[in-house]
Ligand binder design. Sequence first.
Ligand code: ZN
Length: 406
Amino acid sequence: MKNKRFLGMKRVSALVLSLLVSCGALFSACDSKSKKAEDSSTEAASEAATEKATEETTESTTEPTTEVATESETEATEDYSPAPGEYYIPADTPYEKVTLDGIKEHHFIATDYCYIEEEKFVLLIEKDIDLPGDFADNVSEIIDEIEKQLGVSYAPDDHHYVGVTDNTVHYGMNPWEGWQLGKKIPIFLNVDPRNEGLISGASADETTFVMYELFSEDFWNSTSGFYDVEWRVRPEYVDYATIAHELTHTITLRQCDLTTILAEGIAQYMGGTVVDALAADHPSIAEFKENRYDFDYSIPEAVNASNAETIFLADYNEIDTAGRGAEYTYGKYLWKFLHDEYGEKFFSDAAKGFRPLASDDFDIYGEYDAEIVGQYADVLKKLYGDDVFTKFGKWCTKNHYLQEAS
Ligand SMILES: [Zn+2]
């Protein structure tokens, strides 16, 4: 399907990748085990990467609403050096611990760095972020639902947990210096004050959201590059599919490394199924579901019994010719097929098989290697039969999935 969102993503994806890799903007690797899963699901934001950030940061003043309760955090002593994986928030942090009241209509607007602690994650919030009162609750529900649907824990014991990433390259300083969140997921909520075209993304160690609907109205209306760019829109509702997509990256990459198709596919698949599962009981997620523009990124060739495996093995590594976005779509239907055909252990069984394929000095998501992708295919064949890709191709043809190439 041709549309502006897709074209934008396609045009800038290579640039975005090189930009992110070169400046480490969203995916600073803490150690050799860090994985990156760049994301283009915020297509509008990625379009911005083509523009040079020339505007200077505009100061905006916002005030928190009265509905938000705050309390200060005192938990540890100064000059303490925590062990890796420990939970440690410096006692002398100048930043406020915030609690949301759970009410959608109430908003918290950050006037400085601040944070929200929950059972499975910590929101690390930049100034000018605007959160609806039910945001943290919804994120909690989404993580629970991802764990349930995938049959895995967000915090496996054998993952190597690192401290909070130093994002000085974005903030100009490190507000979270020395912080370690144990197994909790650090979730950065960022604005883009220099209009650098930042986009949401994730790794095993963190999730980052740069979403226009979480930018405060004052920030939006006073920052050149946003209010004055016609195609940029600040939605009235939160895109919970993107939230589920990125969190799925973090949760799955804590289990195993994944090829591009498998990584983007599972994230895209869960972005749909998690929203569908939670909409009935969660008004804000229902609101998103009603407004969502559901579409599949286009694929360069229709998938059938004879080419399904070949496509998997090539992993759309030639993004210029294949068209970035195809991996999201092919991967989404491959995971849907595995789920529908083989049941609820579809991911956890595969992850167990993929885990031994991990390498400390090679990231199959970012660096294509035909032999290693072949090993992923072999794991799927061992689990689901030698003809798994042939069956998948037939299933696609029969159900009219992945049939419209462009
Ligand atoms: Zn992604």
